[in-house]
Design a protein. Structure first.
Length: 452
């Protein structure tokens, strides 16, 4: 079993010995930012607004777009750059409710809840696909299909049932790819079959988020970056939103801060586990070379508990590879050494390939691995991407605003699921490295039992 005991000295030695691994123009920031950088916006804040949204990722920005549709004066605040958090740091693989099935999360929920979640995720997928034509917001979406890869042979057995549910409930074109046919989709012997969903695909997350931001600014929303919300206090029938840039009196407040939730919303902070997600991008390989490793040019992820996910870049000239075990070192350059090793296990021919970008972001995991909408003392929240938020989080923001502004009266399914506490200490998820280590052991054990 691989060990994860990594000291600072060992990492320093590894980096010296592996200096060849990084291109001369190597960056510790997302490849996506080469096209569109997150924004610094220092608009003057009003004294009051109908709605203040905390968090300027795709959830908060989509919520603002819907609020403008419903006639609400809207302010969006973010502690960092606009669209500079997990939104523009993700793998940006567009799908629907398959994770409920593959992760086993559906087994912990009532059948009616699962059915409603699948319906909402399908609507979220349709919303993403229609965004450019409907709202003029450029997502960079490509319907490439997504291939879920079996890390152990027994995982293939579950794929047939998953494909049936996706076909029947979601109207998807989903099928099992047997191990003998996998070479037509991906050049690797590391996996044992797959589940292919043709309607899924990928987008460009920084382009999407910044296009959203530009759209809502044109329509009159006020955005301000580098403005941390410190406290929200009730003031009669409204709220005082105290921030590092001043105080706004707001009729409604929505937190869309996800894995970056801090002490300004303690009730949510106690219910999420912020987990680091890491990605690398290879140097330019050329479209022919990428297609040699990924003949199907799909989005790819596997069935491990500490899953790996990978895809071609939007221009098809690089390979992007990611992993989410929180046990990895937080520094992107150090994490990149390990991700390169993971990538080489899948594609041995890439062992000598250099890395041009490495980055990290923070995702929010919840106890039941589903998203949540709700309110505490009148302040609303929409959180819980669970590592697959690029599709569902824009939809979650829209639903939350519709509930807050009275456009939607019935509670959504995301409000009907219990939002359980996490065993955080002072808001910190001390248990994440232990959980990642345990999941890694279980992944290793699955392969060991299969004789791999």
């Amino acid at each position: 079993m691989p060990t994860y005991e990594i000291t600072a000295d060992l990492l320093s030695i590894a980096n010296r010995n592996l200096s060849w691994l990084f291109t001369e123009d190597f960056k510790t920031e997302p490849l996506w930012w080469d096209l569109v950088q997150p924004q610094r916006v220092q608009a003057t804040l009003p004294e009051s607004a109908d709605l203040v949204i905390v968090g300027a990722g795709i959830c908060g920005l989509s919520a603002a777009m819907r609020a403008l549709d419903l006639g609400a004066d809207t302010v969006v605040l973010d502690a960092g750059p606009i669209a500079g958090g997990a939104t523009s740091r993700s793998g940006a693989m567009v799908s629907s409710a398959q994770k409920l099935l593959i992760s086993g999360a559906a087994g912990d929920l009532d059948k009616d809840i699962v059915a409603d979640l699948i319906d909402e995720h399908n609507q979220a997928l349709d919303h993403i696909k229609q965004t450019k034509a409907r709202d003029g917001v450029d997502t960079g979406f490509q319907a490439s299909g997504r291939l879920f890869l079996a890390a152990a042979p027994r995982d293939v057995e579950r794929f047939a049932a998953h494909a049936r549910i996706l076909r029947e409930r979601g109207g998807m074109t989903a099928r099992v790819v047997e191990a003998r046919d996998l070479g037509g989709e991906i050049d690797t012997s590391h996996y044992h079959g797959g589940l292919l969903v043709e309607e899924f695909g990928g987008l460009h997350p920084s382009l999407f988020a910044n296009s959203l931001a530009a759209n809502i600014r044109r329509r009159g929303a006020i955005l301000r970056s580098h403005t941390r919300v410190i406290e929200v206090m009730r003031d009669g029938n409204a709220f005082l939103v105290k921030s590092s840039s001043g105080t706004i009196r707001a009729r409604k407040v929505l937190f869309a801060t996800n894995g970056y939730t801090d002490t300004a919303m303690p009730a949510v902070r106690r219910r999420i586990a912020p987990v680091g997600s890491f990605m690398i991008a290879t140097e330019e390989l050329g479209s022919d070379e990428v297609a040699r490793y990924m003949p199907g040019m799909r989005m790819y992820s596997d069935t491990k508990r500490n899953l790996w996910f990978f895809r071609p870049s939007t221009d098809g000239r690089r390979i992007l590879f990611g992993a989410r075990p929180g046990i990895l070192p937080r520094d992107p350059r150090n994490a990149a050494v390990h991700l390169h090793g993971f990538m080489s296990a899948v594609f041995p021919g890439l062992k000598a390939t250099r890395i041009s970008h490495a980055w990290t972001g923070t995702i929010a995991m919840t106890r039941l691995h589903v998203q949540h909408i709700g309110e505490r003392d009148g302040v609303w929240f929409a959180v819980g991407c669970n590592g697959s938020g690029i599709t569902i989080m824009p939809w979650l923001g829209r639903l939350a605003v519709e509930r807050m502004l009275g456009h939607r009266n019935a509670p959504t399914v995301f409000e009907r699921i219990p939002f359980g506490m996490m065993p955080n200490l002072a808001g910190l998820p001390w248990y994440v490295p232990f959980a990642a280590g345990y999941f890694g052991f279980r992944d290793w054990l699955d392969r060991k039992r299969a004789g791999l």
